[in-house]
Write a protein of this length. Structure first.
Ligand SMILES: Cc1ncc(C[n+]2csc(CCOP(=O)(O)OP(=O)(O)O)c2C)c(N)n1
Ligand code: SF4
Ligand SMILES: [Mg+2]
Lengths: 593, 346
C-alpha cells in the first residue's frame, strides 16, 4: 500500500461523530481516493465514547492502519485518550474554548480553534465540528469547493438557508487554518477513479438483491441490523418482500417457508440470534430447502459485547443443529467480497439444496470501504439448480419423487402448486416420495439410503469450490494463515515485515466448508514457520484445521479484546515468535475505545 | 344386448369425486379425534370444490401434525418442526399468495412450544386456516399435559394438572384473527359448516377443535374426553352455510339469526342460542368464553368474525403475481434501480 492519510474523530455518542465522518468519506471518494473507515463505539445511544478512524490513499486501503495523522477530538475525553497516538508530523484540531490539550509527542502540531469567535455557537450547535472539518480540509490541501458541495447536498435544496449558514461556518474554519496552521507535508492526491463507499452490511444486502433474493426477514441484532435497514429502505424499488419478525426462530422458519415456495430467501443475525436459528438449519437440510443465513459475529458469549468484533462463532456454526447434514459455510474476505460472495453462495445452495451460512463480523458489517463499481456485478450468473416450476408434460412413469435418489444426491425440486408434482416436505426422515419413515415404519435400508443421498452432495459442493491459494513468495520466512475479514490487515503486516527484511506469505481461507484440507496441507508442507492469526480466544480455526487435517501450526496470534487487529499487532507478534520461545501472542490493543 | 352402466359417481363443481380429496391411510389410533377432523376437512374441501393442487398443507410435529398425510394427497404438504409452523406458513404464503394455506397443529405444538409463534401469527391476519386439534395432552410423546389442559384435570396415572389453561380462542380474538371458533371432532355438522365457512374467509381463521386422545386422555377426570364433551358442550350459535355458487335463498329470521356475507360471496348464518350473542363483538365473545369456562361448560361455535378486515397479503403492496413464480428478469432489481442505489453510496 502506498502513502495513506488517517483521520481520527472522537466524541461521546450523540455529539455527531458520524457526520464529519460521512463528509470526509464523500470528499475522499470524489477525489478518486480509496478509503477504509472503522467506528469503535459502545452499546449506548447517548454518551460513551465513539472513535471513528478514516484512512485514505491512492491505493486500496484494506484496514484502519497503525497511525493517525489528524486527530479531531470533539470532547476532552477524546483528547485525553488519543492525543498520544499522534506522531511527528501529525496534527490535532480542537475547540480551544472547551478542550485542553495534554502531553504530546515531539513534532505534533496542536491547532487550537477559537470556535466561539469564529461562529455563533448559540445558533449552531455543531459549529465546532463544522469549523474543524473546514480547517482539516485546508490543511490537507483540498479546495474549499469540495466541502461546500457536500454540505449543500447534505442539507438539500429545501434548507438552503441552513446550508448557507453551515457553509459560512466551515469557510471560517477553512480560512482560519489557512492563515494559522501548517498544512500537512503531503497534500492529498487525486485521481479520475470513482469508487462506491459501502459498509459490509450494505454490501451483503446489495449482493443478495443482485443475486435475486426476493424475501428477506430479520430480528434486529447488532451488528447485523444494517442489512435489515438497507433491505427495508430499498424493498419497494428492488422488489423484495422484507419482514421484521418477532424473533430469530420466526425469522429463519419464515425464510424456509418462503424458500420452499420457490423464492431465494435470506436472513441475517449475530451470534445470539444464530443460536436460535440452529434448529431450523436442520430443517433446511433435511427438507432440502436452500436458504442463506448471515451471521455478523460480535464478541461473545451470550449478549457479549454488542458493538465489538470477534471471529468467535466458527464452532457454533460448525456445530449448529444436530445430526449430520451437508451445508456450505463461507467467510467473506473484505467488504467488496460481502457483495460478490452472495451470488456464488446462492448458486451453490440452490444447486445443492442445502443451507448456506455466511460468517461475517462486525469489522466487515459496520466498517466502510471504497469499492470499485466494476467489482459490483449487478447481473451475476444465476443458477437455481434443478427446479420444476411448471407441469411441462408431467413427471412421467412412476410419478414425481421429490427426494429421488440420484448419483449427485440432488433431486429435482418442484415448487408447491405445480399439478402432477405435489409432494410432502418433511422434517422427519422420509423416503423418496417424502413419506415419513421416522416414526412407525422406520426402515433401516431406506434411512441409510436417504442419509447417503443427502451427504453425497458434499462431493459436488467440494468440486464446485476452489481451494485457497498461497499469496506471496513461496519460500517466505513465515506463513500467516487467516480466515475471513483478516485478509487486509495480514496483507499489510506482510508488507511491513518485508520492509524489515522478513518475508511472509499468506493463506487466507474463504470457504470454511468445504475446506479442502488436503490442498491446504499440500501448500503448507514446505512452509518454514506457520502462524495462525485469528480474532478469538481459543484459536477456533486452528482447532478446526487440526481436526480436519491433523495440521498443527507453529504459532498463533489471537486477539479477543473486541477490537480488530492493527498491522503492527501482527508485525510485532511475528517478530516475537521468530525470536524464539513464544508460540502464542496476544497483542495488546493500546487505544481504549 | 343390454348393458348395465355403473351409477355415475357424485362429483363436485370441479367434476372431482370425494376420492380426489382423500389422503393416505391413517396411522393414528382408532377412534382418535384427529381422524374425524381429517374426514371433515375432506368433506369441506370436496363440497366447496377447492382445486386440491391449490392447497398447501402445513403442520408442526405431533400426532395432529401428522394428520395432513391422511387427507388431500393431491395437495402439497410441509411437515415443519415442532411449534414453528406459523412462521413457515407466513413465509410460504407471502412467497406464494395464490395458494390456499391450511395449517394443522396440536395443542402442544401451538400452546406450549409454539405459543410465541402462534400469537404473532394471529396478529398478522395471514390468509390461513389454522386448526388446533386439541386433546389437552402431547399424544405423540405419550400423554403428558399440554398448556390447554384444564386445571384439576387428571391423567390416567393420577397426576393432576396444577396450571390454568391457555384459551387459544380468546388469545386469537384479542390479537387480531378475523374468524375464531371452537368445535368438537365429534360434532360433524358444526365442524363441517365451520370449515366450509373457513374456506370462504380471507384472513386468519383460528379453529380450536376439541379432539379426544383415546389412548391418553379419554378417561374419567379428563376434560377433553368424548364423554366430557358430550356432557359439557354448549354451542353459542347454530351455524348454517350457503356457498356462493349455490344460489339458494333460504329464509331466515334477522331477529334471531346473524347473516355474515363472506369474502367470496358465501353466507354464514349464525342462529343465536345465547342472549347477547353478537359475532362481530370481540369483547362480548371473550366475555362469553370466560363465563362459559367459569360455569364448567365448553363453549363451541363461531365466536368472532370480521369478513372485511384486509388480509395480510392484501396490505403489503405486493405485485399481482406470486413472488415464487416471477421470471428471472423480475426477480432482480432492474439496472436502473441498482444504479440509483449505487449513486447513494458514492
Ligand atoms: C423441539 C422438540 N421438543 C420435543 C419434541 C417431542 N415432541 C414431539 S410431538 C410433541 C407434543 C405434541 O403434542 P401436540 O401438539 O398436542 O400433538 P398431539 O400428539 O397431542 O396431537 C413433543 C413434545 C420435538 N419433536 N421437538
Ligand atoms: S396417541 Fe392420542 S393423539 Fe395420538 S393418535 Fe393416538 S389417540 Fe390420537
Ligand atoms: Mg395434543
Amino acid at each position: 500500500m502506498g502513502h495513506t492519510f488517517t483521520i481520527g474523530i472522537g466524541g461521546a455518542a450523540g455529539q455527531g461523530v458520524a457526520t464529519p465522518g460521512d463528509i470526509f468519506a464523500k470528499i475522499f471518494s470524489r477525489r478518486g481516493l480509496h478509503l477504509n473507515a472503522y467506528n469503535a463505539y459502545q452499546s449506548i445511544i447517548r454518551g460513551g465514547h465513539t472513535f471513528l478512524t478514516i484512512r485514505t490513499g491512492a491505493d486500496p486501503v484494506t484496514n484502519m492502519g497503525d497511525r493517525i495523522d489528524l486527530l479531531i477530538p470533539l470532547n476532552q475525553d477524546t483528547m485525553d485518550r488519543h492525543l498520544g497516538l499522534l506522531g511527528e508530523g501529525g496534527a490535532c484540531l480542537y475547540n480551544a474554548d472547551t478542550i485542553q490539550p495534554g502531553t504530546h509527542a515531539e513534532g505534533v502540531q496542536l491547532c487550537a480553534l477559537p470556535v466561539s469567535t469564529l461562529a455563533d455557537i448559540s445558533r449552531n450547535k455543531v459549529a465546532q465540528n463544522t469549523i474543524a472539518i473546514g480547517a482539516a480540509i485546508s490543511m490537507m490541501g483540498i479546495g474549499f469547493q469540495s466541502l461546500e458541495d457536500v454540505i449543500r447536498e447534505q442539507f438539500g435544496r429545501k434548507a438552503a438557508a441552513v446550508a448557507d449558514e453551515n457553509v459560512a461556518v466551515a469557510r471560517a474554519g477553512y480560512d482560519y487554518a489557512t492563515q494559522n496552521f501548517r498544512p500537512f507535508a503531503r497534500p492529498l492526491p487525486m485521481s479520475d477513479n470513482r469508487y462506491a463507499v459501502l459498509s459490509g452490511n450494505t454490501a451483503l444486502a446489495m449482493g443478495g438483491a443482485a443475486a435475486g433474493v426476493k424475501f428477506y426477514c430479520a430480528y434486529p441484532m447488532s451488528p447485523s441490523t444494517g442489512v435489515l435497514h438497507w433491505m427495508a429502505t430499498h424493498a419497494r424499488e428492488a422488489g423484495i418482500m422484507v419482514r421484521q419478525v418477532e424473533d430469530e426462530l420466526g425469522v429463519v422458519n419464515m425464510a424456509i417457508g418462503a424458500a420452499q415456495a420457490g423464492v431465494r430467501a435470506m436472513c441475517a443475525t449475530s451470534g445470539g440470534g444464530f443460536a436460535l436459528m440452529s434448529e431450523a438449519l436442520g430443517l433446511s437440510a433435511m427438507a432440502e430447502i436452500p436458504i442463506v443465513v448471515i451471521d455478523c459475529q460480535r464478541a461473545g458469549p451470550s449478549t457479549g459485547v454488542p458493538t465489538k468484533t470477534e471471529q468467535g462463532d466458527l464452532w457454533q456454526m460448525l456445530g449448529a443443529a444436530f445430526g449430520d447434514y451437508p451445508r456450505v459455510i463461507a467467510a467473506p474476505l473484505d467488504i467488496a467480497d460481502c457483495f460478490t460472495l452472495l451470488a456464488e453462495m446462492w448458486n451453490l445452495v440452490d444447486k445443492f439444496q442445502v443451507p448456506g451460512l455466511v460468517l461475517a463480523d462486525l469489522l466487515l458489517s459496520e466498517g466502510r470501504l471504497s469499492v470499485d463499481p466494476k467489482v459490483l456485478d449487478f447481473a451475476p450468473h444465476v443458477d437455481r439448480g434443478e427446479m420444476i416450476t411448471s407441469p411441462n408434460g408431467g413427471p412421467g412413469e412412476g410419478g414425481y419423487k421429490r427426494y429421488k435418489i440420484t448419483e449427485s444426491g440432488v433431486s429435482p425440486r418442484a415448487i408447491p402448486g405445480v399439478p402432477g408434482y405435489t409432494h410432502v416436505v418433511a422434517s422427519d426422515e422420509h423416503d423418496e416420495d417424502g413419506v415419513l419413515i421416522s416414526d412407525m415404519f422406520t426402515n433401516t435400508h431406506k434411512r441409510r439410503a436417504m442419509m447417503e443421498k443427502r451427504m453425497r452432495k458434499e462431493n459436488g459442493i467440494a468440486a464446485a469450490v476452489a481451494p485457497p491459494k498461497l499469496q506471496g513468495p513461496a519460500d517466505a520466512d513465515v506463513t500467516l494463515i487467516g480466515w475471513g475479514s483478516t485478509q487486509g490487515v495480514i496483507e499489510e503486516a506482510r508488507a511491513l515485515l518485508a520492509e524489515e527484511g522478513i518475508t511472509a506469505n499468506q493463506l487466507q481461507v474463504r470457504w470454511i466448508v468445504p475446506l479442502h484440507g488436503e490442498a491446504i496441507v499440500e501448500q503448507l508442507k514446505n512452509a518454514k514457520r506457520t502462524i495462525i492469526v485469528e480474532n478469538n480466544y481459543s484459536g477456533q480455526f486452528a482447532r478446526y484445521l487440526r481436526s480436519e487435517t491433523s495440521f498443527v501450526a507453529d504459532g498463533h496470534i489471537r486477539k479477543y479484546d473486541g477490537e480488530p487487529f492493527m498491522p503492527h499487532h501482527i508485525v510485532e507478534a511475528v517478530r516475537e515468535q521468530l525470536a524464539g520461545g513464544v508460540t502464542l501472542s496476544v497483542p495488546v490493543h493500546e487505544i481504549m475505545v | 344386448m343390454a348393458t348395465s352402466s355403473a351409477p355415475t359417481p357424485k362429483v363436485n363443481r370441479l367434476g372431482l369425486q370425494v376420492l380426489d380429496y382423500r389422503g393416505g391411510k391413517t396411522t393414528l389410533c382408532a377412534g382418535c379425534g384427529h381422524n374425524a377432523i381429517s374426514e371433515r376437512i375432506i368433506d369441506a374441501m370436496y363440497e366447496m370444490g377447492v382445486q386440491p393442487e391449490r392447497v398447501m398443507k402445513l403442520s408442526g410435529i405431533g400426532c395432529s401434525s401428522k394428520s395432513p398425510a391422511y387427507f388431500l394427497s393431491r395437495s402439497h404438504s410441509f411437515n415443519s418442526v415442532h411449534g414453528r409452523m406459523p412462521s413457515v406458513a407466513t413465509g410460504a404464503l407471502l412467497a406464494n399468495k395464490n395458494m390456499l394455506g391450511l395449517g394443522v397443529s396440536g395443542d402442544g405444538d401451538t400452546a406450549s412450544i409454539g405459543i410465541g409463534q402462534f400469537v404473532h401469527l394471529m396478529r398478522r391476519n395471514l390468509p390461513l386456516i389454522y386448526i388446533i386439534e386439541d386433546n389437552g395432552v402431547y399424544g405423540l410423546t405419550k400423554g403428558q399435559f399440554s398448556a390447554t389442559a384444564d386445571i384439576g384435570s387428571k391423567l390416567k396415572s393420577g397426576v393432576i394438572n396444577d396450571l390454568p389453561p391457555i384459551d387459544t380462542c380468546s388469545l386469537a380474538i384479542e390479537l387480531g384473527a378475523t374468524f375464531v371458533g371452537r368445535s368438537f371432532s365429534g360434532d360433524k355438522k358444526q365442524l363441517l359448516t365451520m370449515l366450509k365457512a373457513a374456506i370462504s374467509h380471507n384472513g386468519t381463521v383460528m379453529l380450536d377443535v376439541i379432539s379426544p386422545c383415546v389412548t391418553f386422555n379419554d378417561h374419567e377426570g379428563s376434560t377433553k374426553s368424548y364423554k366430557y364433551m358430550q356432557e359439557h358442550e354448549e354451542a353459542i350459535s347454530e351455524a348454517g352455510f350457503v356457498p356462493s355458487f349455490e344460489d339458494i335463498s333460504i329464509d331466515y329470521d334477522p331477529g334471531t339469526t346473524y347473516d355474515v356475507e363472506m369474502h367470496d360471496g358465501s353466507h354464514l348464518r349464525l342462529r343465536k342460542l345465547h342472549d347477547d350473542y353478537d359475532p362481530t363483538d370481540r369483547v362480548a365473545a371473550v366475555k362469553a368464553l370466560m363465563e362459559a369456562h367459569a360455569n364448567g361448560e365448553v363453549l363451541t361455535g363461531v365466536f368472532y368474525i370480521d369478513p372485511h378486515k384486509p388480509a395480510f397479503t392484501d396490505m403489503l403492496n405486493m405485485v399481482d403475481d406470486p413472488l415464487a413464480t416471477l421470471s428471472e428478469e423480475r426477480t432482480r432489481p432492474s439496472k436502473k434501480v441498482l444504479d440509483e442505489i449505487m449513486a447513494e453510496h458514492s
